[in-house]
Design a protein around this ligand. Structure first.
Ligand code: CNA
Length: 263
């Protein structure tokens, strides 16, 4: 249930969206927990079940046992389940449809912003996309579904059907650089926007977590919607510690109400 003080903040955020010319939404794993995908750092999150040390690129490349572990992680982590976008994803997609959103910058690898209806060229996936698998030798890229269909869910780690090379989920592992062009585009949007809304991120993973600070330094207003405090709360103009789905749904409703008043 949204309380009075949160309602007042929701009204302020809706007014900011209406006033802004360049709105950017920046999301993390918390925007997808209401779709049933666990985040990393919440109680019961993925790092309570798996060791982040196993997800370094060095280990992946050098150790076949680590590759097996990671493949098992993939199959058992719920990251691959056929999740549906929740109210927060849908509200963000609708902001785009209303012409109120420049882009979504996401750390998520679950494809849910596109599935909710954000256009592909408006979604910047800083950490890649779990639904693709890439061969490290010939760079062929395969839909994950295809690989799972061919290799079965209980099999050994599959290899590239074209060249026999090592297949790796097309996501960024610890120790890997972010995709350069995507990071550049996202940074440009962060520096240019006049409103950035952060939804469901602990803002603990860099360099992605710099982007809200870049936005603020460039003069944008900053809104944080997260269940728990973040390092950017003190810098933000509005901070709402509540569930993303309900808050984003209500922000969207307010934005629509204000837009219809202006017609
Ligand atoms: P994180 O560090 O796990 O933080 C998630 C944050 O979201 C926490 O601060 C929670 O309090 C907050 N949160 C959880 N549920 C909600 C909710 N319903 N409403 C509002 N806030 C909520 O995740 P970050 O995204 O900050 O860290 C970046 C990592 C997580 C990236 O490398 C991602 O690839 C990675 N990740 C992505 C997914 C996904 O794609 N769905 C899932 C798990 C991890």
């Amino acid at each position: 249930m949204i309380e009075g003080i949160t309602k007042e903040k929701i009204g302020r955020v809706a007014a900011m969206i209406r006033e802004a010319k360049h709105v950017v939404v920046f999301t993390g794993a918390g925007v997808s927990t209401e779709s049933g995908i666990p985040d990393f750092r919440s109680p019961g999150g993925l790092w309570t079940k798996f060791d982040p040390e196993d997800f370094t690129i060095d280990k992946f490349l050098s150790n076949p046992e680590t590759r097996r572990k990671q493949w098992r992680f993939l199959l058992s982590s719920d990251l691959l389940k056929d999740a549906d976008p929740n109210a927060a994803h849908k509200a963000i997609a609708e902001l785009e449809a209303l012409g109120r959103l420049d882009c979504v910058i996401t750390q998520n690898i679950d494809n849910l912003h596109r599935k909710a209806g954000n256009h592909s060229n408006k979604v910047y996936e800083l950490h890649g996309n779990m639904h693709w698998i890439r061969c490290l030798k010939c760079s062929n890229r395969y839909p994950l579904e295809e690989i799972l269909r061919e290799s079965g869910v209980s099999s050994e780690v599959p290899s590239c059907r074209h060249c026999g090379g090592i297949l790796k989920p097309d996501v960024i592992f610890f120790g890997e650089s972010l995709p350069e062009e995507t990071l550049q585009d996202a940074t440009r949007h962060a520096n240019r926007c006049d409103l950035m809304i952060v939804v469901g991120s602990s803002l603990a993973v860099y360099p992605a977590a710099y982007l809200p600070f870049y936005a603020k330094q460039s003069g944008a207003r900053l809104v944080i919607i997260n269940l728990t405090p973040t390092p950017a709360d003190r810098t933000a103009d509005v901070v709402i510690h509540a569930a993303a789905g309900e808050v984003m749904g209500q922000i969207l409703a307010e934005v629509k109400a204000r837009l219809s008043e202006c017609v």
